[in-house]
Design a protein around this ligand. Structure first.
Ligand code: BG6
Length: 474
């Protein structure tokens, strides 16, 4: 608990977050197999292109695979304590069901992790960030097939052993609840959320929850020092009005996401889902032993936070607008980003309190940030920069609300801002939707030099980290 007057506790883990498929590129290099992310050439809601052909941005992404040393130097210059990365499953097991790992893929992460440690930056590793080996989607139909549990455990076992003593913080599935809204992105099951059979979808979710618990158990056995967390897309839901029907609607919508945290933290399915499953005619097969495995609960809860939503029971006001991967009713009191994502810093304080009240486990904000169009300009010293005051304003407002939550008593381990270097966006597959403190010269059509430039926010974040958040008071 933070008992001083400072905004953030001592040892707070400041840093940034990346995902392999959005930054590495080298999609077919050194034995890597293709992934579901490679197939989503038209973005999360496009039809998967299997196999991907022709130009697509993620194939080269920002070439982090070859430039990570230069990028890590810049993260070190900002004073990062932690970098959230993901390991690409198909870089290690190209088809997903191979018996032996791809040594060249492991060699890349050996070198990346050693480089981070040499620069004093702790890796926080996501095992599965929207990247299933494409072969498992094609030949097995994705996570609807129970055999994926064993294959995922094999992959996790390989990397837990390889990075034992080097990686302390692990996350199992990125935004595990988003499978409900974008099934192929989250599970390799083809079809939109409306098209996919709900029993199949919840069966896939069940397999992921069992897999998550199984690797949590394994990770603890391999190294008791490992801290293993779940990762949920955190979107607070407000009732659109104080009408009791809206309130009930809000509770029900909220539970759709909370369900994932509840299983990870409590080690069993919550009672409220029984009614939901019965009413929707959803049937899930529990294999013998599943209930036991689910009891292997997480050490902490991590989440992404970009926006909040509203819920209403009134069909006339129930106009769904697209936000992040999920869509919901807009809040009339909030402004929005150029991509229509509503901006709500206080929602961050709310969800930190909600999750801490509910779980009483340490929390970690592993994504937050503003996707915006940036313009390179002269920095007045012969170089180039981006005057991204809008990004600074956004991040500052959110960090101040995180500090409020800490004052409320929430135990918060750290904050990794999303896309700390510009990368390819997930929902829409664009470079022009930028989140970084570092500008990457690459355009949506693939042109550009890949050169890196420090934005104004780079220096601002460096000050925030250097002062452990005290500079936010200014
Ligand atoms: C989260 C994902 O949904 O939001 C990231 O975990 C993603 O992979 C981020 O990039 C921002 O979304 P987008 O669509 O702007 O890239």
């Amino acid at each position: 608990m933070n008992t001083t007057n400072s905004l953030f506790p001592e040892g707070f883990l400041w840093g940034g977050a990346l995902a392999a498929n959005q930054c590495e590129g080298a999609a077919r290099e050194d034995g890597k197999g293709l992934s579901t992310a490679d197939a989503l050439t038209g973005g999360v809601f496009g039809k998967p292109q299997i196999p991907p052909e022709g130009f697509y941005l993620k194939e080269k992404a920002i070439d982090f695979y070859h430039r990570y040393k230069e990028d890590i130097r810049l993260f070190q210059e900002m004073g990062f304590k932690v970098l959230r990365i993901s390991i690409s499953w198909p870089r290690i097991f190209p088809n997903g069901d191979d018996l032996e790992p791809n040594e060249k893929g492991l060699a890349f992460y050996d070198s990346l992790i050693d480089e981070l440690l040499a620069k004093g930056i702790q890796p926080l590793v996501t095992l599965s960030h929207y990247e299933l080996p494409l072969h498992l989607a094609e030949a097995y139909g994705g996570w609807g097939d129970r055999r994926l549990i064993e294959l995922f455990v094999r992959y996790a076992d390989t990397v837990f052993r390889r990075y034992q003593g080097k990686v302390r913080y692990w996350l199992t599935f990125n935004e595990i609840n988003m499978i409900l809204h974008a099934p192929f992105n989250g599970s390799g099951i083809q079809g939109t959320a409306e098209e996919v059979d709900q029993s199949l979808l919840y069966q896939a979710i069940h397999h992921q929850l069992v897999a998550s618990a199984a690797v949590t158990k394994l990770g603890h056995e391999i190294d008791p020092e490992n801290k293993i967390g779940c990762m949920i897309a955190g979107s607070p839901i407000y009732p659109l009005t104080c009408h009791p029907d809206d309130m009930i609607e809000m509770v029900q919508k909220d539970r759709q996401s909370l369900f994932f945290g509840d299983v990870h933290v409590r080690g069993r399915y919550p009672a409220y889902m029984n009614r939901y499953f019965a009413e929707k005619g959803i049937h899930i097969d529990f294999a013998p032993g599943d209930e036991e495995i689910l009891k292997n609960t997480v050490d902490f809860v991590s989440f992404s936070y970009y926006m909040s939503y509203c819920a209403t029971a009134d069909p006339e006001k129930n106009i769904q607008s697209q936000g992040n991967i999920m869509s919901a009713v807009k809040n009339p009191y909030l402004s929005e980003s150029e991509w229509g994502w509503q901006i709500d810093p206080k929602g961050l304080r709310y969800i930190l309190n909600q999750l801490y009240d509910r779980y009483q486990l340490p929390l970690f904000i592993v994504e937050n940030g503003l996707g915006a169009k940036d313009m390179l300009t002269d920095d007045g010293h012969g170089g180039q920069t981006v005057e991204d005051d809008y990004r600074i304003d956004y991040l500052k407002a959110h960090l101040l609300q995180a500090a409020e939550a800490i004052r409320d008593g929430v135990e918060l381990w750290g904050y990794t801002s999303w896309g700390c270097i510009d990368l390819v966006s997930n929902t829409s597959n664009q470079m022009s939707k930028r989140y970084g403190f570092i500008y990457v010269d690459r355009n949506d059509d693939g042109t550009g030099t890949m050169e890196r430039y420090r934005k104004k926010s780079f220096y601002w974040y460096r000050d925030v980290i250097q002062t452990n958040g005290e500079s936010l008071r200014k």
